[in-house]
Design a protein around this ligand. Sequence first.
Ligand SMILES: N[C@@H](CCC(=O)N[C@@H](CS)C(=O)NCC(=O)O)C(=O)O
Length: 200
Amino acid sequence: MKLHYAPRTRSFTALWMLEEVGAPYEIVTVDMRGPSHPAAALKAVNPMGKLPALEDGDAKFGETAAILLYLADKYPAAGLAPAPTDARRGRFLQWLMFPATTIEPAAFEKMTKGPTNPTAAGWGSYERMLDAVSGALAPGSNLFDAAFTAADLYMASSLKFMMTFGMIEKRAVFEDFVGRAEARPAWARATAIEAERGAG
Ligand SMILES: N[C@@H](CCC(=O)N[C@@H](CS)C(=O)NCC(=O)O)C(=O)O
């Protein structure tokens, strides 16, 4: 597999997931500030020319949530997704989609032009989104189950990134959840790779 990646971006979430599943992969570092970005080669993998993007033989695609789901399903031994027939699968998918569909748009809306119409906007509002996430993250727990899944990984990675950059407020329940996720050996390996790649 090839991960199209840039340091200190959403690429980290896919990198962490690759470390969790333990399958071999290589990293293709993209210079997002370079004059040729987004290059045709990247757009052939992800038509948006955005990162992360994954190549696995004939499978070529972007979107963080799609990459996480693809890897969780392809490598079930890692135990990062309930099986399609498992009743917990629906809740898993709900939270796996949530950072991209709801957390990011609600936080960006708050940062930029303020609230629109929370009934019409698919992401509701910043406050409604924060309450939903806080409600799901009781102290000491994962999102919906005893087992850590790819949805927890994505949620932890998103919350960390957004708290670091002041895009969402810091809540103790978020920090507790992120801290526990960061205790995973795969997170430490991905962080070391990121530190190496991001130097300079
Ligand atoms: N919805 C996408 C968003 C990806 C995205 O916006 N990635 C940023 C880096 S964090 C990017 O590639 N920016 C460079 C560009 O837009 O050309 C996902 O979740 O994967």
